[in-house]
Design a protein around this ligand. Structure first.
Ligand code: ARG
Length: 459
């Protein structure tokens, strides 16, 4: 058991206590960030003449050799160290001797871990953004292919009005676009460097915090040393953004699961993204969509957990905050996995255009347009609503759609109807007449697709 703080203690820590306290099993994940932070710290210490140039060189080389050996597998990060900070420092001292003992000058693990966590989440935000962008690329491509694929739009999960698949996918495009904006906002808000805040009250050494911040690509140093070591707002914001991404994926998965049922048959999920049943030979289950929907709960759990952990913490650092890591790592890995799999699943999914269009026709999604037809022929809307209601009842009784009624049947309910009613309630007309910004007509969709294409080129 290698501890950095043995001096004040007279007894060995109990093994159970040691294990309970240790974080190496999970904070090993940010060994790269820990070394990156140490390198910046040492460069600054030398610039400020707190370390000599020679000490700096020795430490930098030592840190780089540790990084290299961890990455090529010759140096294992083992449980004999309390945390990743102890691991790096102990190995540095082993390798370069006395100079290594100066690495921690003017630093506490409190500002060090605050830095590591920020560097780690910052890197992950960039990766996450790339995955959401890939999903957006895929969605845009699908939207272009399905401008003329008619389907029912739903409210209350009841068929409502005809839309196109491009329009439906476009709704998700907007959601995931906002998700990217959220990630970007968080990145900018969090991008201030806590290093140099010490345990809580800064240090007595003349540290140049602006310099370390700059070395690591931060927009500047944080402005209050207590806040620096006690702040996990960015973790909460990130978990909230991830929860929203998962919520969007989950809603989409729910729709895919419904569309994939025998009753709907709108889509066929590729074999590679489905599984069979051990007992029922006919089954092809949408497991991946279900798992993404299910894993959403885990990510929400992480958000609730960290909010609860933070709510009673007095300033400044408290060990409770060590709890931020496992759940954040898990939520990040889960969301990344779900994004990648989901993108693969939808890009290989087949849409049954004929089934989708028939479903729209047979669900009276054109009833509003039939009423609008009457309004255009001088019938007040409320009366038109009543007339079309009677048409719908008639069709339900005969088990036919509005398109299947003869003109005589139409006229029997209202003499206003003429031969052009069929054209007026065709799926094509219903969709193409909806030309307001954001509506499903080809013209409106093409405008939005062009805007979104330009957006993806720029960001
Ligand atoms: N493992 C700790 C954490 O994750 C590092 C900071 C330890 N600081 C301390 N004062 N014990 O929060």
């Amino acid at each position: 058991m290698a501890q950095l703080w043995g001096g004040r203690f007279t007894k060995e820590t109990d093994k159970l206590v040691y294990n309970f306290n240790a974080s190496i099993s999970f904070d090993r994940k940010f060994y790269r960030q820990d070394i990156e932070g140490s390198k910046a710290h040492v460069k600054m210490l030398a610039k400020q003449k707190i370390l000599t140039e020679e000490e700096k060189e020795q430490i930098l080389q030592g840190l780089e050799s540790i990084l290299r050996d961890v990455e090529n597998g010759t140096l294992q990060i083992t449980e004999e160290y309390e945390d990743i900070h102890s691991f790096v420092e102990a190995n540095l001292i082993d390798r370069i001797g006395d100079a290594g003992k100066k690495l921690h000058t003017g630093r506490s693990r409190n500002d060090q871990v605050a830095l590591d966590m920020k560097l780690y989440t910052r890197d992950e935000i960039v990766e996450m953004d790339g995955l959401v962008k890939k999903l957006l690329d895929t969605l845009l491509k699908m939207m272009k292919e399905h401008i003329g694929t008619y389907m029912p739009g739903f409210t209350h999960l009841q068929k409502a009005q005809p839309i196109t698949l491009a329009h439906h996918l476009g709704a998700y495009f907007e959601m995931f676009k906002r998700d990217r904006q959220r990630l970007k906002d968080i990145y900018h808000r969090m991008n201030y460097c806590p290093l140099g805040s010490g345990a809580l009250a800064g240090t007595t050494y003349p540290l140049d915090r602006e310099y370390t911040a700059e070395l690591m690509g931060f927009d500047g140093p944080t402005w209050n040393s207590m806040d620096s070591v006690a702040d996990r707002d960015y973790v909460i914001e990130l978990l909230s953004a991830l929860s929203t991404i998962m919520m969007h994926l989950s809603r989409f998965c729910e729709e895919i699961i419904i569309w994939n049922t025998n009753e709907y048959r709108f889509v066929e999920i590729d074999d590679a993204y489905s599984t069979g049943s051990s007992i029922m030979p006919q089954k092809k289950n949408p497991d991946i969509a279900e798992l993404v929907r299910g894993k959403t709960g885990r990510v929400y759990g992480a958000l609730t957990s960290i909010l609860t952990t933070m709510k009673g913490l007095p300033l400044a650092y408290n060990k409770d905050m060590q709890e931020d890591k496992e759940l954040t790592f898990d939520a990040i890995d889960t969301t990344k996995g779900c994004l990648a799999l989901f993108t693969g699943m939808i890009s290989t999914m087949k849409f049954r255009k004929d089934v989708m269009e028939n479903s729209a026709k047979n669900g009276f999604t054109n009833a509003t347009d039939a009423a609008d037809y009457l309004v255009n022929h001088g019938v007040p809307f409320r009366d038109a609503h009543g007339i079309v209601g009677r048409l719908v009842l008639y069709c339900i009784d005969k088990n036919i759609s509005l398109d299947d009624m003869s003109l005589e049947e139409y006229k029997a309910i209202s003499p206003v109807f003429e031969d052009d009613i069929y054209e007026a309630i065709s799926m094509k007309t219903c969709v193409e007449k909806r030309q307001t910004i954001g509506a499903p007509s080809e013209e409106s969709m093409k405008k939005v697709i062009a805007i979104n294409e330009a957006y993806l080129k720029e960001y």
